[in-house]
Structure formats: C-alpha cells, structure tokens
Write a protein that binds this ligand. Structure first.
Ligand SMILES: Cc1cc2nc3c(=O)[nH]c(=O)nc-3n(C[C@H](O)[C@H](O)[C@H](O)COP(=O)(O)OP(=O)(O)OC[C@H]3O[C@@H](n4cnc5c(N)ncnc54)[C@H](O)[C@@H]3O)c2cc1C
Length: 401
C-alpha cells in the first residue's frame, strides 16, 4: 500500500484542521491534511470571528487579511419580536482592553480558502483532497490512518494525529470515545439572501437575536448576504423545508412581505450539545466539532474549534521541536479545552437558546430579566461582553495547570 509520512497528520480540511496545519507549517513542522471532499467547503456555515480569535490570527500575521474580507460588527443586539425592545451591546466599550473591539462577520469558507492557499505555498505541508479516512491505529511510536482515494487505499503515518474531522468524526469513533450530551428536537434552517433586510427592520445591527416563544430567528450580515436562522419542526421533510414555498413563508413571517425573496444558500442541520469524554488518547488529539458541538447562538462553535487548534498546535511544537513531554502537554490540552468548551460554551449556548425562546414579558425571573439587569450596569455589561467574545475563556484556560 502506498504510504506517506509526516510529523503530524491532520484529518479534516475544515477551518480547524487547516488552522492547526498552518500553525504547524509555519514552525517548519511537516503536516499532511486529509480531506474526504474533492474541494474545500463552500456552503454557509459559521460567519462570526470573535475578538479573541482575531488576536490569535494577529500573532501569526493573518488578522488583517481576514478583516479585509469581512464586515466589522461592533454591536450585537437582542430584540423582542412582539414589541421591538432592543438591548444593544457595543464591543467598542471594550476598546481599551480588546485589540479588535468587534465581531468580524465573514463567511467560514473564505477563511478556510485563505488558509488552504497559504498551505499550498508552505513546503512543509500538503493537502490531500478526495481522501476519506476509514480507520486509525496507534502504537507507542506513531499513528497510522488508512484512507480510500480514487487511486486506491493509502496509508498515512505521523508522529501525532489531529482529528479535526467534524461532528461525525471517524477518529473519535475509531477511538471508541463517548460523546455525551443531547440533540435538540427541532432542525435549524439557515437561508442567505442578497435582499436587504434593513428595508423591513429599524435599527438592525449586523448581529441580531430576535426572541419569540414560537417564531424566534437570528439575522446576521455577512459580506455576501444576510443570513437568516430559524427553527423548523423535525417532522417536516427536508425537501419541503427547502422548497420555494417554504422559504418564502419564512421570509414573509420575518419581514411581513408577501413576495418571493431570492436565496443563495439553504441549509438544514441538526443541532447538538455534546462534549467528548476526552480530547486526547496517547498520540491522537481531537479538535473542533469532532470534540464538541453546540448550538450556533453566540458564534462559539467554530471559534472554540480554532482556539483548540491554537492551543494544541503550540503544544505539539513544544513537543516536536523543544522535546517537551508529550503526555503531560496533551493531557493539559484536554483539561484546558474541555473545561472551556464543556463549562462556559455549553452553559452559555443553552442559556442563549432559552432566552431566544422567551416572550420577554415573563413575570418570573427569566433570561431576559437577567439580561436587562446586565445591560443597565456598565461593569456587568463589560464583563458580559468580555465573556461573549471568548476573551475570558482564554484567560480561564491558562489558569488550568
Ligand atoms: C450544515 C452546517 C451548518 C452550520 N451552520 C453554522 C452556523 O450557521 N453558525 C455557526 O456558528 N456554526 C455553524 N455550523 C458549525 C460550524 O460550521 C462548525 O463549528 C465548524 O465548521 C467547525 O469546524 P471543524 O473544522 O471542526 O469541522 P468541519 O467544518 O465540519 O470540518 C471537518 C472536515 O473534515 C472532513 N472529514 C470528515 N470526515 C472525514 C474523513 N473520514 N476523512 C477525511 N475528511 C473528513 C469534512 O469533509 C470537513 O471538511 C454549521 C455546521 C454545519 C455542518
């Protein structure tokens, strides 16, 4: 069987796998990336890059190129659908402590493409598309994966392996790791349109979470389109949800306009809240969606995955280049990242989902009641924003030894 070798094998050319491979490549560490698709993803998925992620990108010279591709969104807002009450949070208030006091709205696939192009020009790395990993094995000295390609089966051997192969991770399953948590009953539908939603809403920001017990929605501006996210009943067939009649009814419910509205993308996906039991087994680590899943309210999924990639790639550099103890560092990676993704991100996204399903008029204490108190108090508001841009979680993870 044809066999390829590298210091690190990365499975998955999503944003997380590519980011990890790029950090390794610029340290002169050989990294091979294996991707089952014939090219990088181009559909609409995550579109928010938080200030914390931009600071990391800045440290390796990538921030300004990405910022040039996106839109700066200093303000994110929570709205109540029935009465248009708005709580607007302005990250500009944190400009003394954040280098990038905004969310960057930019399509995930643009970031992945930028990284893939950079990797092509790095001698120490290579991306294999159309290369579907089927199984993984490790010994005391190395890790091997076996992949199907159009040219037949191939074996890839590395000193270490990063499983960044997304929600259905073959690597996670191959290691027999449990992935506890739950799956939401409803499906999520995302639509993107070039129709200008500012025509039908007043005071829209680039990031808007609109609460309603039945018909909540999220409106996000990306450079190429407005993105709309709504929940849809599990019992509806995907074919029906993706029909013009259905998407027009979604836009009519949101905008009040009874006209056909064009869409560039229509994507349905099932949303989970899960964290793997361990992100590390000897010479193998998991990163990104392979290790943790959460709902998209807050934009923590891809950002959290990029933070995993950052954390583990620098640890691999210390192991490979500086001779540091692999088991100590990789188990520290597991503790640090599982703490952040398991505690802050899981609880915050579950609360965000609860809040977006409220009417805002609840008599009892509710997420909205709590958010009004936070919004009114400058210290609480600043602390909240510092958490929402994931800057606090990066500080917290460094405290874990
Ligand atoms: C349909 C969909 C819509 C989404 N929408 C949003 C959204 O609106 N907002 C939001 O915040 N987040 C969204 N997400 C989540 C967000 O896209 C992820 O958090 C992010 O992509 C995680 O990056 P990743 O690199 O870990 O995984 P992925 O982006 O899933 O990348 C994994 C890569 O591994 C490859 N792969 C998988 N198995 C193998 C194998 N056996 N061999 C080789 N390659 C393999 C895949 O083809 C893929 O390219 C969405 C996810 C999906 C699936």
């Amino acid at each position: 069987m044809e066999t390829f070798r590298a210091q690190v094998v990365v499975v998955g050319a999503g944003p997380v796998g590519l980011f990890a491979a790029y950090i390794l490549a610029i340290q002169g560490i050989e990294a091979i990336v294996l991707e089952k698709e014939t090219e990088g993803q181009t559909d609409m998925r995550a579109s928010t890059f938080h200030a914390s992620t931009l600071s990391y990108l800045n440290q390796i010279g990538l921030a300004s190129s990405l910022i040039a591709l996106g839109l700066k969104a200093p303000v994110f807002q929570y709205r109540i659908r029935s009465n248009d009450e708005i709580l607007a949070f302005d990250l500009g208030e944190l400009s003394d402590i954040l280098k990038y006091p905004f969310r960057l709205q930019c399509e995930q696939h643009k970031f992945s493409k930028m990284l893939a192009n950079k990797l092509f020009s790095e001698n120490s790395s290579e991306i294999f598309f159309d290369c579907s990993v089927k199984s993984v094995k490790q010994t005391a000295d190395s890790v091997s994966v076996y992949a199907e390609t159009p040219g037949g089966s191939k074996k890839f051997v590395g000193d270490y392996l990063i499983g960044a192969d997304g929600a259905g991770s073959v690597i996670r399953n191959g290691l027999g790791l449990k992935f506890p948590g739950f799956t939401y009953e409803e499906k999520f539908l995302t639509l993107s349109t070039t129709f200008d939603l500012n025509e039908t809403f007043e005071d829209l920001a680039f990031v808007n979470y609109v609460s309603d017990p039945n018909d909540w929605f999220v409106l996000l501006k990306a450079p190429s389109a407005w993105r709309v996210l709504v929940p849809v009943e599990q019992s509806l067939a995907d074919e029906e949800i993706l029909s013009d009649a259905f998407t027009d009814s979604v836009f009519e419910a949101i905008t009040g306009l009874n006209i056909p509205i064009n869409t560039n993308h229509r994507t349905i996906y099932q949303v989970h809240q899960r964290v793997v039991e361990s992100m590390h087994r000897n010479r193998i680590v998991l990163a990104g969606d392979a290790a943790h899943l959460n709902n998209p309210l807050g934009g923590f999924g891809m950002n959290g995955g990029l933070h995993d990639a950052w954390n583990v790639s620098w640890k691999l550099k210390s192991i490979i280049k500086d001779g540091k103890n692999p088991q100590e560092l990789l188990s520290l990676y597991d503790r640090q990242r599982r703490a952040v993704m398991g505690e802050f991100v899981q609880s915050q996204t579950i609360r965000n989902k609860k809040m977006i399903e409220e009417s805002g008029n609840d008599k009892e204490k509710s997420e909205w009641t709590n958010m009004r108190v936070i919004h009114a108090d400058p210290n609480a508001r600043h602390e909240f924003m510092f958490r929402q841009c994931m800057a606090k979680s990066l500080m917290d993870e460094k405290e874990i030894k």
